[in-house]
Design a binder for this molecule. Structure first.
Ligand SMILES: [Cu+2]
Length: 154
């Protein structure tokens, strides 16, 4: 079984923030509370959610490239913050995690998930968190499934 290149770390980055820094508003931010239904989107502007430290699809595609038919093990780890509840979701292929065949897993803070995948669907696929405001704040990236290795003739 091929093991993926490292651990996929899901977590929040405090871009430009210093420890103890309070939430700040940017020019133009409204002091009016958000309407019902948007009230969960309360993170200050400097909080970014990332995968392996990359946000908004910026993780290099070669970082997570596998081959069709290859046995791949994903090690997924959530970070430490109290809001690091994540739902990593693999588009295009399924994994076996927690004894379930699924395309999404659930993680609490500092939780680890081992997910086994035998990709059967070639292409470039989205990997994202389905907590909607994490996704909006950057927790998405891509993984690639290339063609199967050719068996050597002997
Ligand atoms: Cu998340």
């Amino acid at each position: 079984m091929r093991q993926l290149l490292g651990t996929l770390v899901c977590g929040a980055l405090l871009a430009g923030a210093t420890p103890g820094q309070q939430a700040q508003s940017r020019p133009g931010d409204s002091p009016v509370p958000p309407p019902p239904g948007l009230s969960q989107n309360f993170y200050p502007w400097f909080v970014t959610f990332s995968l392996n430290g990359y946000a908004h699809g910026s993780m290099p595609l070669k970082a997570i490239t596998v081959r069709k038919g290859e046995r791949v093990r994903w090690y997924v780890m959530s970070s430490t913050n109290d809001f690091d509840f994540h739902t990593p979701h693999w588009h295009g292929n399924v994994v076996t995690a927690n004894k379930m065949r699924t395309d999404v897993a659930f993680m609490g803070p500092m939780q680890m998930v081992t997910a086994d995948m035998v990709p059967d669907n070639e292409g470039i696929w989205l990997l994202d968190c389905h907590v909607s405001f994490h996704n909006t704040a950057g927790m998405n990236g891509r993984y690639a499934v290339g063609p199967a290795r050719k068996l050597s003739a002997y």
